[in-house]
Design a protein around this ligand. Structure first.
Ligand SMILES: NC(=O)c1ccc[n+]([C@@H]2O[C@H](COP(=O)([O-])OP(=O)(O)OC[C@H]3O[C@@H](n4cnc5c(N)ncnc54)[C@H](OP(=O)(O)O)[C@@H]3O)[C@@H](O)[C@H]2O)c1
Length: 273
């Protein structure tokens, strides 16, 4: 059983690759740039771009299951190639796919829901790994500047997203389901910074931005308007289910979801060197 992992070089995708390899399955890992991919030697690295379906067609050959992104490009724009991807997957005999949802129903989800390949939608809340974005300013200035300081979110360790995707692909039996994936408890951004400060033994300051200041910052960082609206809506007004721990990681993997403290222990060096 060979599995195709798209987004294989990303925060969650690397864990999907690692977990499928750990389970003993051959993995084909898709990237737009194999030279930069830094993927495990055991993975077969192939070049492809999800916005160009023909470039992905060869990667689907002989694949039992595929982990698919629903957004693409460096601005995380909704992928419009869903119909082509769903048709190619069916033609290639792919049995099942996991669809990594991005907060709103898009053409990839729609095309698979209308098609014949077994699909499972994975809806993770914010990854703990997004916190790495704070590392440069924590190292340089011992503070972060962020909006929505006190809005809780049950952030998930990206390794748990990988473990769920690998289990769903390898085991089957999850067709037609949508799983909300969270960590074990909600944290606000201010609490996450306090956890990092405590574990580093340093004073770190939370400088709360207004939403308007944050929008200006995202805009000058080059984020597209679609992404800015998505982040502002999701982080500023998360739905209650994103703030409430879900049992899905435990039910699917048989393990408790990893805590934010564990994530900080694994990544503390990024905040200090
Ligand atoms: N981060 C979060 O909090 C979060 C929460 C919920 C859902 N998600 C979803 O999870 C996915 C990954 O997010 P992430 O934070 O892990 O992103 P990331 O670390 O920035 O990785 C993005 C990945 O997408 C791949 N990619 C981008 N455009 C592509 C294209 N046109 N064709 C093929 N591959 C493409 C990149 O591969 P190459 O550069 O190697 O080609 C890379 O592996 C996204 O779809 C996002 O919507 C993220």
């Amino acid at each position: 059983m060979t599995f195709l992992v798209t987004g294989a070089t990303g925060k969650a995708g690397r864990h999907v690759v690692d977990e499928l390899l750990r389970l003993g399955h051959p993995v084909r890992a898709l990237t737009r740039d194999p030279a930069k991919a830094r993927l495990p030697a055991k993975a077969e690295v192939v070049k492809g771009d999800l916005t160009d379906p023909d470039s992905v067609r060869p990667a689907l050959r002989g694949v039992t299951g595929a982990h698919l992104l629903t957004v693409g490009g460096d601005d995380y724009a909704t992928l419009r190639t869903g119909p082509e991807l769903a048709q190619m997957a069916a033609e290639a005999g792919v049995r099942r796919v996991t669809l990594l949802w991005n907060g709103q129903e898009g053409p990839v989800e729609k095309a698979f829901e209308d098609g014949d390949v077994e699909w499972t939608r994975l809806q993770p809340v914010d990854f703990m790994g997004n916190t790495l974005g704070w590392a440069p300013v924590v190292r340089a200035e011992s503070r972060v500047s962020e909006p929505f300081a006190d809005i809780p979110m049950a952030v998930i360790h990206e390794a748990d997203v990988g473990a769920v995707a690998a289990a769903v692909l390898a085991q089957g039996g999850h067709g037609g389901k949508a799983y909300l994936l969270t960590g074990p408890e909600p944290y606000t951004s201010r609490q996450r910074l306090a956890t990092i400060a405590q574990m580093l033994g340093r004073d770190l300051e939370f400088d709360e931005l207004t939403e308007e200041q944050a929008r200006e910052h995202w805009h000058s960082a080059g984020y597209g308007q679609e992404l800015i609206e998505l982040i502002a809506a999701w982080q500023g007004h998360p739905p209650p289910e994103a703030q409430t721990p879900s049992p899905a990681v435990r039910q699917i993997t048989g393990r408790e979801p990893r805590t934010f403290e564990q994530w900080v222990r694994e990544h503390a060096h990024h905040f200090t060197t």
